[in-house]
Write a protein that binds this ligand. Structure first.
Ligand SMILES: [Mg+2]
Length: 227
């Protein structure tokens, strides 16, 4: 891609990137811990951010000193999903600049994908806020055969569904797990931390907020060394 070219598509993470929902996941996990007579350690919760449900449940159960066999993971996942569904149903807040970013990218005529570790049923609730017609494709955490972030598969699947090369895409992420997935897929990454700090890196542009990004001028993210 030439330095002044636009990305072929923009691939957005959801939780913590477009909507301020990581804190709702934290409430659900804390409620599960309390219901089981324990408390989730902050460090464990930080490591979960951006992860899919089974991986997060294994960390949660492990942190609480509870059995984490397959059935335990499934039961805990259903409990947390039910609680998060309640919380998402009470309404979601946009992350600063996210609504404007989506609007600008769509106005520029670029394909847009949602690439989330969250399961489809909960994602559909979030789409009530984000818009069910906002994305050309949506890839959810239960649609990648268990090969979730930080593996590249969710981003590779989104790019394939859009018919574009991952290396020509700009991914927008907020978590170390998500950034790792997008970079492993070969995407350029716009990294905007939410709950967990992010480090600078060679394939990522680090910003404090989406409000700092001119989404009508995305060519400047290629090559990333120039930004
Ligand atoms: Mg995220």
């Amino acid at each position: 891609m030439t330095p002044d070219a636009r990305p072929a598509a923009v691939l957005f993470d959801m939780d913590g990137t477009l909507v301020d929902s990581e804190k709702l996941w934290t409430i659900a996990m804390d409620d599960f811990a309390a219901a089981n007579g324990g408390a989730l350690a902050d460090a464990t919760r930080e490591r979960m951010v951006g992860s899919n449900m089974p991986r997060s449940m294994r960390m949660l159960l492990g942190d609480l000193g509870l059995p984490a066999e397959e059935t335990d993971v499934v039961v805990a996942g259903k409990w947390v999903a039910t609680r998060v569904t309640e919380l998402f149903g009470e309404g979601l807040e946009w992350r600063p600049g996210a609504r404007e970013a989506l609007r600008a990218v769509r106005a520029a005529g670029l394909p847009v994908a949602l690439v989330t570790s969250t399961i489809r049923s909960i994602t559909e609730l979030a789409l009530d806020t984000l818009g069910h017609d906002t994305f050309d494709v949506t890839v959810c955490g239960d649609e990648v055969a268990g090969r979730n972030k930080p593996l590249p598969d969710p981003y590779l699947k989104a790019a394939a569904l859009l018919g574009v090369a991952p290396a020509d895409c700009l991914a927008v992420e907020d978590s170390p797990t998500g950034v790792a997935a997008a970079e492993a897929a070969g995407c350029a990454v716009l990294a905007v931390p939410c709950e967990v700090p992010l480090e600078p890196g060679p394939h990522r542009a680090l910003r404090d907020s989406l409000t700092e990004v001119d989404f009508t001028d995305l060519g400047r993210f290629f090559p990333l060394e120039a930004v």
